[in-house]
Design a protein around this ligand. Structure first.
Ligand code: NDP
Length: 275
C-alpha cells in the first residue's frame, strides 16, 4: 500500500503537489475557513485549495500562519476569477491574491474558468507570473479537451494542472486520457459529489463492505484513479475522516461497481458547452 497522506504527484514542470488537499469553497471568511485550515494542517494535510472568488484567501493565509508550519511545507493554490481575466488584469489579480493570502508566492495559480475571449491573454499573464516567481506552477480549471488544444496552439507552456469536477458519477475518462497524453495532472474537485450521493446504493454498499464511510470510499476511488483530490469540510471530525483514506484499498469488484456509476453528473457548472 504505497499511498500515504504525504504522497505527492509530479507535475510537468518538475514540481510536486500533495495528492490530498483541503478545499475551502463556501468555507466562510472570518473564522470558519481559518479554523478548517488549521485543523487540516494539524491532521497532516499539506495542500490548501482556495480561490479569489471564495472570498477567504486571507483566512487561508491566517490558518497557515496559525499552524506554525514553514511556508515551504504547505502547498497553496489559488485561482484567477472570471472578472479578472485578461493580461493586465490577471497580473494585478495575482498580486492582489498574494496580498490577501499574505504570501510571497503561491504554489499553483489556476485560470478558474475558460472565458472564451480572454483565456489566452490570461494564460500569457500566468506564464509571466511564473517567470516572475509569484507562482511556482500554473494551470487551468474547467478546461475541456478543445480548450486545452486551443491553448496549445497559442502557447508553448503546457498547463501543469487541470482542476475539474470528478467523482464516480462524472469520471471524466476522455478528458483524463487527453490530459495524460499531454502531461497535464488532473485535480478532482467536488470529489465527494458535494455530499449528494452518500446514500446511493452502490456507494453505501461499498462503504459497508469496506467498513468505511461513503466519503472515504469516494476519496479512495479518486486517489486510486491517480489524481489529486481536494475534498472540502469545515468540520474538525470530517477533516480528519477525509484524511484517513490511506490504510485501505478498494477491492477489484468495488472499483468496478464504482466505475459503473458514470452518469455525466455535474454538481457545479458545466464547461462542455463553452466554445
Ligand atoms: P465536496 O465534494 O468536497 O463536498 C463538500 C461537502 O461535503 C460539504 O457540504 C461538506 O460539508 C460535506 N462533507 C465533507 N466531508 C464529509 C464527510 N466526511 N461526511 C459527510 N459530509 C462531508 O465539494 P466541493 O464542491 O466543496 O469541492 C471541493 C473543493 O474543490 C472546493 O472546496 C474547492 O476548493 C474546489 N472546487 C473547485 C471548483 C472549480 O471550479 N475549480 C468548483 C468547485 C469546487 P461540511 O463542510 O459541513 O463538512
Amino acid at each position: 500500500m504505497s499511498l500515504t497522506l504525504a504522497a505527492r504527484q509530479r507535475l510537468n514542470d518538475g514540481r510536486e503537489v500533495p495528492r490530498l488537499g483541503l478545499g475551502v469553497y463556501r468555507a466562510a471568511p472570518g473564522g470558519e475557513a481559518r479554523a478548517a485550515v488549521r485543523w487540516a494542517l494539524e491532521a497532516g494535510y499539506r495542500h490548501l485549495d482556495t480561490a479569489s472568488a471564495y472570498g477567504n484567501e486571507r483566512d487561508v493565509g491566517d490558518g497557515l500562519r496559525d499552524s506554525g508550519l514553514a511556508r515551504e511545507e504547505v502547498y497553496v493554490t489559488t485561482k484567477l476569477w472570471n472578472s479578472d481575466q485578461g493580461y493586465e488584469q490577471a497580473l494585478r489579480a495575482c498580486r492582489q491574491s498574494l496580498k490577501e493570502l499574505g504570501l510571497g508566492y503561491v504554489d499553483l495559480y489556476l485560470i478558474h474558468w475558460p472565458i472564451e475571449e480572454l483565456r489566452r491573454d490570461s494564460w500569457r499573464a500566468l506564464v509571466q507570473l511564473q517567470k516572475d516567481g509569484l507562482c511556482r506552477s500554473i494551470g487551468v480549471s474547467n478546461f475541456m479537451a478543445p480548450h486545452l488544444e486551443q491553448l496549445s496552439q497559442t502557447s508553448d507552456v503546457v498547463p501543469a494542472v487541470n482542476q475539474v469536477e470528478m467523482h464516480p458519477f462524472l469520471a471524466q475518462r476522455e478528458l483524463r486520457g487527453h490530459c495524460a497524453r499531454e502531461g497535464i495532472a488532473i485535480e478532482a474537485y467536488s470529489p465527494l459529489v458535494k455530499g449528494r450521493r452518500f446514500d446511493h446504493p452502490v456507494v453505501a454498499a461499498v462503504a459497508r463492505r469496506c467498513g468505511r464511510s461513503p466519503a472515504q470510499v469516494l476519496l479512495r476511488w479518486a486517489l486510486e484513479q491517480g489524481v489529486v483530490a481536494i475534498p472540502k469540510s469545515v468540520r474538525h471530525e470530517r477533516i480528519q475522516e477525509n484524511a484517513a483514506v490511506f490504510d485501505f484499498e478498494l477491492a477489484e469488484e468495488d472499483l468496478r461497481a464504482l466505475d459503473g456509476l458514470d452518469a455525466d453528473l455535474h454538481t457545479a457548472w458545466n464547461p462542455t458547452a463553452i466554445p
